[in-house]
Design a protein around this ligand. Sequence first.
Ligand code: ZN
Length: 318
Amino acid sequence: MKYVLTADLGGTSCKLGIFDQELELIEKWRIPTGINSETELLKEIATSFQKQLEKMESNVDECIGIGIGVPGPVNFKDGVVNGAVNLGWKGKVDVKGILSNLMNLEVIVDNDANLAALGEQYKGAGKNYSNVAVLTIGTGVGGGIISNRELMHGFKGASGEVGHLKVDHTEQFQCNCGHRGCLETVASATGIVNLCYDFQKDFPESILSELIDAGTLSSRDVITAAGQKDPLALKVLNKVGYFIALGLSYIASVVNPSHFVIGGGVSDAGHILLDSVISQFPTVTFPPAAEGINIVLAELGNDAGIYGAARLVEQYIK
Ligand SMILES: [Zn+2]
């Protein structure tokens, strides 16, 4: 039996997984990422893998390689991460070099959103179709594009940064990237709250009014209120659906995927948001690019990243 080791680094914990050579998940667990330096953290990951392999009465000689996702910009060729805000990493970190020295295995590194996209394409809602685009909607909007079964990285690794497609031409809100009107400003958890404050004056009877006045409104409140058919919440999710549909229309005309997969915390709004995207997508998209497209919810949840990491090892480490 040959194994594939995978890791998905996040701000508070690191998800680890071991797959068999058929890419079936055998074991998954988490370790805290805490306040360790990058080298200490990568050492802990290596130690944790080794302990788990011992438990399985195995060792690194029976492993094909390691795939790891990091929440920051990654140079895919050399496996160097250029800062990771959520991990407190400043400057360049040679994740590939450090981890392959520690484990004596080949390592492949990619951005966490890219890996989550690849996981969904391979084993989740993309069902192994060749051309799939994934949007992950949480605090921000991330994503990844799989074209002809390969993750697109592009010239500087910015391929798939769909959160910064410009969809709000009124440019109401400032984005973290420095521009205004990005998808992330109107379709993330923050975006939902932004739009709610914007529309509230037309809906004084909304059950959200108190939270709005108190300044404590969260996207989850809006999603819950939409479930209770609150008109303000429904109006907001309909507008969010429009902005997402507009973003998808740009992607459709450029890469023409067969499946759009929508995941992340905000996709918990489930069918209210999904239906709003599905109904508005054909009204804004070049008809041949809209034809036959499936817009579906993600299926792998928090496991998407380790599935994508395993798939990357299968594709790139022989
Ligand atoms: Zn932006």
